[in-house]
Design a protein around this ligand. Structure first.
Ligand code: HEC
Ligand code: HEC
Ligand code: HEC
Length: 114
């Protein structure tokens, strides 16, 4: 029972995270993408991937290892790959999940408070 309560609590926590966060702290389990070119990060905030939010919806093998390695930073992700229907774009295509558009940039990209 204990485990179940924890899970329900976590779900609640995820549900109260506001959708349009321009600046926020990452939720537990979020994966902050790093970019090699730091000047690009200054120009545009990197993406924060809410791992748990996806893990409650999908089985691990929906993503691992066909779309992503189980290791942070091991899989290259770019907007071009997404547009071709790879990586995040395999689902974020406007059908399974919201697509990339100027209304949705800030759902994936927001400045994280240090
Ligand atoms: C919707 C897609 C998706 C699902 C479902 C998913 N993951 Fe992931 N996972 C990712 C992405 C994206 C990353 C980050 C990869 C990167 O940083 O290059 C990741 C990273 C990881 C990592 C590495 C974390 C780290 O800090 O190095 C582990 C371990 C992992 N996932 C385990 C799991 C397990 C176990 C499940 C099932 C319970 C799961 N994942 C379900 C997409 C997913
Ligand atoms: C579904 C999530 C998602 C959406 C929506 C999204 N991005 Fe991204 N974007 C990513 C991920 C993941 C990366 C790779 C990690 C990083 O560099 O932040 C990325 C990378 C980038 C990069 C780095 C260079 C490149 O081309 O890969 C830029 C710039 C960028 N996105 C801009 C945008 C803009 C502008 C929008 C809205 C029109 C947008 N993104 C919408 C997830 C998203
Ligand atoms: C296996 C399918 C799948 C993959 C792969 C996937 N997503 Fe998602 N994602 C979803 C679904 C489904 C939702 C919830 C439905 C919606 O909001 O459209 C979602 C929701 C989100 C949200 C919304 C969180 C919020 O605050 O509402 C973000 C951010 C996000 N995904 C980022 C990413 C990024 C970044 C990647 C790639 C690193 C990625 N997703 C890969 C299916 C996926």
């Amino acid at each position: 029972m204990h485990g179940r309560n924890f899970f329900a609590g976590l779900l609640l926590l995820l549900l109260v995270v506001p959708v349009n966060r321009l600046s926020a702290e990452p939720a537990p389990g979020d994966i902050l993408y790093e970019r090699e070119d730091k000047s690009e990060i200054e120009a545009f905030p990197p993406s924060v991937f809410p791992h748990w939010l996806h893990r409650v919806r999908y089985r691990c093998d929906a993503c691992h290892d066909s779309l992503f390695e189980m290791k942070s930073g091991a899989t290259p992700v770019t907007m071009d790959l997404m547009k071709e229907g790879n990586v995040c774009g395999a689902c974020h295509d406007g059908k399974a999940a919201f697509a990339s558009s100027f209304q949705t940039c800030s759902r994936c990209h927001f400045a994280v408070e240090e």
